[in-house]
Design a protein around this ligand. Structure first.
Ligand code: SAH
Length: 227
Protein backbone atom coordinates (compact mmCIF):
# COMPACT_ATOMS: atom_id res chain seq x y z
CA UNK A 1 0.00 0.00 0.00
CA UNK A 2 1.49 3.36 -0.90
CA UNK A 3 1.60 6.16 1.65
CA UNK A 4 -1.11 8.26 -0.03
CA UNK A 5 -3.50 5.33 0.28
CA UNK A 6 -2.39 4.69 3.83
CA UNK A 7 -3.00 8.27 4.94
CA UNK A 8 -6.47 8.39 3.36
CA UNK A 9 -6.97 5.33 5.37
CA UNK A 10 -8.94 2.14 5.53
CA UNK A 11 -9.37 0.08 8.67
CA UNK A 12 -6.85 0.72 11.40
CA UNK A 13 -5.36 3.73 9.61
CA UNK A 14 -8.62 5.60 9.03
CA UNK A 15 -9.77 8.96 10.32
CA UNK A 16 -12.37 7.08 12.35
CA UNK A 17 -9.64 5.20 14.22
CA UNK A 18 -7.90 8.50 14.89
CA UNK A 19 -11.16 10.06 16.08
CA UNK A 20 -11.53 7.22 18.60
CA UNK A 21 -8.04 7.99 19.92
CA UNK A 22 -9.10 11.63 20.32
CA UNK A 23 -12.21 10.54 22.23
CA UNK A 24 -10.04 8.52 24.62
CA UNK A 25 -7.77 11.54 25.14
CA UNK A 26 -10.86 13.60 25.99
CA UNK A 27 -12.01 10.94 28.47
CA UNK A 28 -8.56 10.98 30.09
CA UNK A 29 -8.92 14.71 30.71
CA UNK A 30 -7.53 16.60 27.71
CA UNK A 31 -9.91 19.56 27.30
CA UNK A 32 -8.04 21.81 24.84
CA UNK A 33 -10.02 21.48 21.59
CA UNK A 34 -7.18 22.95 19.51
CA UNK A 35 -4.82 20.26 20.80
CA UNK A 36 -7.43 17.54 20.27
CA UNK A 37 -7.95 18.73 16.67
CA UNK A 38 -4.19 18.63 16.05
CA UNK A 39 -3.99 15.09 17.48
CA UNK A 40 -6.87 14.11 15.20
CA UNK A 41 -5.18 15.55 12.13
CA UNK A 42 -1.73 13.90 12.29
CA UNK A 43 -1.55 10.33 10.91
CA UNK A 44 0.46 8.64 13.70
CA UNK A 45 0.58 5.31 11.82
CA UNK A 46 2.91 6.89 9.25
CA UNK A 47 5.53 7.46 11.97
CA UNK A 48 5.93 3.82 13.07
CA UNK A 49 7.07 0.67 11.29
CA UNK A 50 4.45 -0.95 9.11
CA UNK A 51 4.48 -3.98 11.45
CA UNK A 52 3.30 -1.72 14.30
CA UNK A 53 0.88 0.43 12.27
CA UNK A 54 -2.15 -1.50 13.55
CA UNK A 55 -1.25 -0.33 17.08
CA UNK A 56 -0.52 3.27 16.15
CA UNK A 57 -3.74 4.64 17.70
CA UNK A 58 -3.42 2.81 20.99
CA UNK A 59 -2.49 5.21 23.76
CA UNK A 60 0.99 3.78 24.31
CA UNK A 61 4.61 4.49 23.48
CA UNK A 62 5.97 2.21 20.71
CA UNK A 63 9.53 1.37 19.62
CA UNK A 64 10.99 3.35 16.69
CA UNK A 65 14.47 1.78 16.61
CA UNK A 66 17.78 3.00 18.10
CA UNK A 67 16.35 2.07 21.54
CA UNK A 68 13.95 5.03 21.33
CA UNK A 69 10.16 5.30 21.37
CA UNK A 70 7.38 7.36 19.85
CA UNK A 71 5.76 9.21 22.76
CA UNK A 72 2.39 8.17 24.17
CA UNK A 73 -0.41 10.27 22.59
CA UNK A 74 -1.80 11.27 26.01
CA UNK A 75 1.56 12.65 27.12
CA UNK A 76 2.03 14.56 23.83
CA UNK A 77 -1.41 16.12 24.27
CA UNK A 78 -0.87 16.84 27.98
CA UNK A 79 2.45 18.61 27.41
CA UNK A 80 1.22 20.71 24.49
CA UNK A 81 -1.94 21.66 26.41
CA UNK A 82 0.20 22.73 29.40
CA UNK A 83 2.29 24.96 27.13
CA UNK A 84 -0.84 26.53 25.64
CA UNK A 85 -2.83 27.07 28.81
CA UNK A 86 -3.73 30.72 29.31
CA UNK A 87 -1.71 31.93 26.33
CA UNK A 88 -4.41 32.22 23.70
CA UNK A 89 -3.77 35.87 22.92
CA UNK A 90 -4.28 36.91 19.29
CA UNK A 91 -3.85 33.92 17.03
CA UNK A 92 -5.41 31.25 19.25
CA UNK A 93 -4.54 28.36 16.95
CA UNK A 94 -0.85 29.31 16.77
CA UNK A 95 -0.41 30.41 20.36
CA UNK A 96 2.81 28.45 20.95
CA UNK A 97 4.67 30.96 18.75
CA UNK A 98 8.21 29.86 17.90
CA UNK A 99 8.85 26.40 19.36
CA UNK A 100 11.94 24.30 20.05
CA UNK A 101 11.45 20.54 20.43
CA UNK A 102 14.31 18.48 21.82
CA UNK A 103 14.22 14.87 20.62
CA UNK A 104 12.59 14.67 17.17
CA UNK A 105 12.58 10.86 17.22
CA UNK A 106 10.33 9.78 14.35
CA UNK A 107 8.91 13.30 13.97
CA UNK A 108 5.39 12.67 15.27
CA UNK A 109 5.20 15.29 18.01
CA UNK A 110 6.93 17.80 15.72
CA UNK A 111 4.07 17.36 13.23
CA UNK A 112 1.50 17.91 16.00
CA UNK A 113 3.35 20.98 17.26
CA UNK A 114 3.45 22.46 13.76
CA UNK A 115 -0.37 22.56 13.84
CA UNK A 116 -0.47 24.81 16.91
CA UNK A 117 2.68 26.92 16.48
CA UNK A 118 3.91 29.63 14.14
CA UNK A 119 7.26 27.91 13.62
CA UNK A 120 8.78 24.70 14.97
CA UNK A 121 12.47 23.78 15.25
CA UNK A 122 13.10 20.18 16.27
CA UNK A 123 16.53 18.77 17.11
CA UNK A 124 17.64 15.12 17.31
CA UNK A 125 21.03 13.71 18.37
CA UNK A 126 20.78 10.33 16.55
CA UNK A 127 21.48 10.82 12.86
CA UNK A 128 19.52 7.73 11.78
CA UNK A 129 16.39 9.04 13.51
CA UNK A 130 16.90 12.58 12.25
CA UNK A 131 16.94 11.17 8.70
CA UNK A 132 13.96 8.91 9.33
CA UNK A 133 11.95 11.86 10.67
CA UNK A 134 12.84 13.83 7.55
CA UNK A 135 11.59 10.96 5.37
CA UNK A 136 8.40 10.52 7.45
CA UNK A 137 7.59 14.23 7.33
CA UNK A 138 8.48 15.01 3.72
CA UNK A 139 5.20 13.79 2.15
CA UNK A 140 3.22 15.86 4.68
CA UNK A 141 4.76 19.10 3.32
CA UNK A 142 4.67 20.98 6.61
CA UNK A 143 5.97 24.46 5.79
CA UNK A 144 6.60 25.77 9.31
CA UNK A 145 8.80 22.92 10.61
CA UNK A 146 12.60 22.73 10.49
CA UNK A 147 14.67 19.73 11.61
CA UNK A 148 18.17 19.99 13.05
CA UNK A 149 20.77 17.33 13.84
CA UNK A 150 22.68 17.94 17.07
CA UNK A 151 22.74 17.86 20.85
CA UNK A 152 19.58 19.57 22.06
CA UNK A 153 20.82 19.89 25.64
CA UNK A 154 22.57 22.99 24.31
CA UNK A 155 19.30 24.22 22.83
CA UNK A 156 19.49 25.78 19.36
CA UNK A 157 21.24 29.15 19.92
CA UNK A 158 21.06 30.21 16.26
CA UNK A 159 17.24 30.19 16.34
CA UNK A 160 16.74 31.42 19.94
CA UNK A 161 14.85 32.91 21.72
CA UNK A 162 11.83 30.59 21.72
CA UNK A 163 8.29 31.23 22.93
CA UNK A 164 7.95 27.55 23.82
CA UNK A 165 10.42 24.73 24.49
CA UNK A 166 9.40 21.09 24.85
CA UNK A 167 11.70 18.18 25.60
CA UNK A 168 10.85 14.58 24.68
CA UNK A 169 13.75 13.16 26.71
CA UNK A 170 14.39 13.32 30.45
CA UNK A 171 17.49 14.93 32.00
CA UNK A 172 18.48 14.40 35.63
CA UNK A 173 18.33 18.18 35.85
CA UNK A 174 17.16 20.72 33.30
CA UNK A 175 20.08 21.81 31.05
CA UNK A 176 20.70 25.50 31.87
CA UNK A 177 20.98 26.52 28.19
CA UNK A 178 17.29 25.80 27.66
CA UNK A 179 16.08 28.37 30.19
CA UNK A 180 18.36 31.06 28.74
CA UNK A 181 16.89 30.46 25.25
CA UNK A 182 13.35 31.07 26.46
CA UNK A 183 11.80 34.45 25.51
CA UNK A 184 10.28 36.60 28.25
CA UNK A 185 6.70 35.34 28.63
CA UNK A 186 7.77 32.01 27.15
CA UNK A 187 7.18 28.55 28.60
CA UNK A 188 9.17 25.35 28.75
CA UNK A 189 8.02 21.84 29.59
CA UNK A 190 10.42 18.96 30.15
CA UNK A 191 10.55 15.67 32.00
CA UNK A 192 13.24 15.72 34.71
CA UNK A 193 14.58 13.01 36.98
CA UNK A 194 16.21 9.63 36.61
CA UNK A 195 14.12 6.86 38.19
CA UNK A 196 11.26 9.07 39.30
CA UNK A 197 10.54 11.60 36.61
CA UNK A 198 8.09 14.49 36.68
CA UNK A 199 7.08 17.10 34.14
CA UNK A 200 8.65 20.46 34.95
CA UNK A 201 6.86 23.58 33.66
CA UNK A 202 9.00 26.73 33.60
CA UNK A 203 7.78 30.21 32.75
CA UNK A 204 10.10 33.14 32.06
CA UNK A 205 8.82 36.41 33.50
CA UNK A 206 10.24 39.93 33.16
CA UNK A 207 12.14 39.39 36.40
CA UNK A 208 13.07 35.70 36.42
CA UNK A 209 11.62 32.22 36.21
CA UNK A 210 8.72 30.46 37.88
CA UNK A 211 8.66 26.67 38.09
CA UNK A 212 5.94 24.11 38.74
CA UNK A 213 6.12 20.34 38.97
CA UNK A 214 3.27 18.49 37.24
CA UNK A 215 2.54 14.81 36.60
CA UNK A 216 4.81 11.80 37.07
CA UNK A 217 6.02 10.49 33.67
CA UNK A 218 8.37 7.98 32.05
CA UNK A 219 10.64 9.18 29.20
CA UNK A 220 13.81 7.95 27.51
CA UNK A 221 16.92 9.71 28.87
CA UNK A 222 18.37 12.92 27.46
CA UNK A 223 21.93 12.10 26.39
CA UNK A 224 24.84 14.39 25.58
CA UNK A 225 26.63 14.52 22.23
CA UNK A 226 25.70 13.26 18.77
CA UNK A 227 25.44 9.67 17.53
N1 SAH B 1 9.31 13.42 19.79
C1 SAH B 1 9.27 11.99 19.61
C2 SAH B 1 9.78 11.26 20.83
C3 SAH B 1 11.11 10.65 20.61
S1 SAH B 1 11.84 9.89 22.03
C4 SAH B 1 7.86 11.58 19.25
O1 SAH B 1 7.20 12.34 18.57
O2 SAH B 1 7.41 10.51 19.59
C5 SAH B 1 13.02 11.11 22.50
C6 SAH B 1 14.11 11.40 21.52
O3 SAH B 1 15.03 12.27 22.17
C7 SAH B 1 14.95 10.20 21.06
O4 SAH B 1 14.86 10.10 19.67
C8 SAH B 1 16.37 10.55 21.51
O5 SAH B 1 17.38 10.14 20.62
C9 SAH B 1 16.30 12.07 21.60
N2 SAH B 1 17.32 12.69 22.42
C10 SAH B 1 17.85 12.27 23.60
N3 SAH B 1 18.79 13.13 24.03
C11 SAH B 1 18.84 14.15 23.10
C12 SAH B 1 19.64 15.34 22.97
N4 SAH B 1 20.56 15.67 23.88
N5 SAH B 1 19.45 16.12 21.90
C13 SAH B 1 18.52 15.79 20.94
N6 SAH B 1 17.76 14.69 21.01
C14 SAH B 1 17.92 13.87 22.08
Amino acid sequence: MNSARKSQGIGFTSQRTRDRMVERLREKGIRDETVLAAMGAVPRHLFVDEALASRAYEDTALPIGFEQTISQPFVVALMIAALRQGRADGDEKRSLGKVLEIGTGCGYQAAVLAQVAKEVYSIERIQGLHERARANLRPMRIGNLRLAYGDGSEGLPEAAPFDSIISAAAAAELPPALKTQLAVGGRLIAPVGVQDQVLLLVERTATGFSERRLDAVRFVPLRAGKQ
